[in-house]
Design a protein around this ligand. Structure first.
Ligand SMILES: Nc1ncnc2c1ncn2[C@@H]1O[C@H](COP(=O)(O)OP(=O)(O)O)[C@@H](O)[C@H]1O
Ligand SMILES: [Mg+2]
Length: 261
């Protein structure tokens, strides 16, 4: 089984073209990383995959998204979740007024209530800190705990695929390590993972395959190992670079340098 995005174009407010024909594949086995600088179009692509573009005045104007031969791009957000794709949005959106327990139960809204207690138990087993705070309001959790809650909530829908939008953003390195281990555990349990990250080092340390998005286009598509070893990626995304504006700038600069020498 594979979640496939084929040649998708996203336009906001009928005029702003921000995703310009992107194709990615997420198998049920393994972790796929989607890297790219701020503004590249990663979140927009995720919104397209989750049926969430319309609330942002966006549309898919070309291409299609499917799980095997079941089309997703014509479905409403709740039906995308029913079809097995859950998203954890950027900025760990939890319902701050609700308790941890309530937040998790909301995550299962597309499912029948039978077996809900067992599902909750499983989530608390995976996230012991949430279990200790199940009656607490989510707004009182730390940033890392809120991120875990957001991930746990997505898992309550028992998705075949989970889309994570920058889960490490703003978290301390130690917490990032915990989140990374959780993502590995989620993948091992048989859920396909799309991991959107600006933290390329973290994402590539656990991903099997990676894509790099720039200016609305996929500019690299390769096994994670190859991306980890790629000089341009190392320079621009793994923090050893000299502050070039984009991956293309790095390549351009190198071509110039070769030409001069
Ligand atoms: N609702 C919106 N309306 C108009 N433009 C948007 C909207 N959301 C995002 N954009 C623009 O789309 C581009 C891609 O943004 P985004 O998908 O958030 O990129 P990323 O997640 O890679 O940072 C940016 O130029 C951003 O300003
Ligand atoms: Mg984003």
């Amino acid at each position: 089984m594979t979640l496939t995005v084929h040649n998708v174009e996203v336009v906001y407010e009928d005029v702003m073209l921000v995703v310009k024909g992107a194709s990615i594949r997420i198998p049920r086995e393994g972790i796929v990383a989607l890297l790219g600088a701020n503004g590249a179009g990663k979140t927009s692509l995720l919104r397209a995959m989750s049926g969430l573009l319309d609330v942002h005045r966006g549309k898919i104007t070309r291409g299609h998204i499917s799980i095997d031969d079941v089309p997703l791009n014509t479905k409403r957000a709740s039906d995308v979740v029913r079809a097995g794709v859950s998203q954890v949005m950027e900025g760990r959106r939890v319902f701050v007024e609700f308790t941890v327990d309530e937040n998790l139960r909301i995550g299962a809204y597309t499912r029948s209530r039978t077996g809900q207690a067992e599902k909750l138990d499983r989530i608390y087993e995976m996230f012991p800190v949430l279990g200790q705070r199940r009656a607490q309001r989510a707004g009182y959790l730390s940033g890392g705990e809120q991120q875990m809650l957001a991930i746990g909530r997505a898992l309550m829908a028992e998705p075949g695929y989970i889309l994570l939008d920058e889960p490490s953003l703003g978290l301390a390195p130690q917490i990032v390590d915990q989140i990374r281990d959780l993502i590995v555990a989620i993948s091992r349990s048989g859920t396909g993972v799309l991991l959107v990250e600006q933290n390329a080092a973290m994402a590539l340390s656990i991903a099997d395959h990676g894509y790099v998005m720039e200016n609305g286009k996929i500019v690299m598509d390769a096994p994670a190992r190859a991306l980890r070893d790629d000089d341009d990626i190392r320079e621009f995304y793994l923090g050893t670079g000299a502050g070039a504006g984009s991956l293309r700038d790095v390549k351009h600069y190198k071509r110039r340098k070769r030409w001069l020498s």
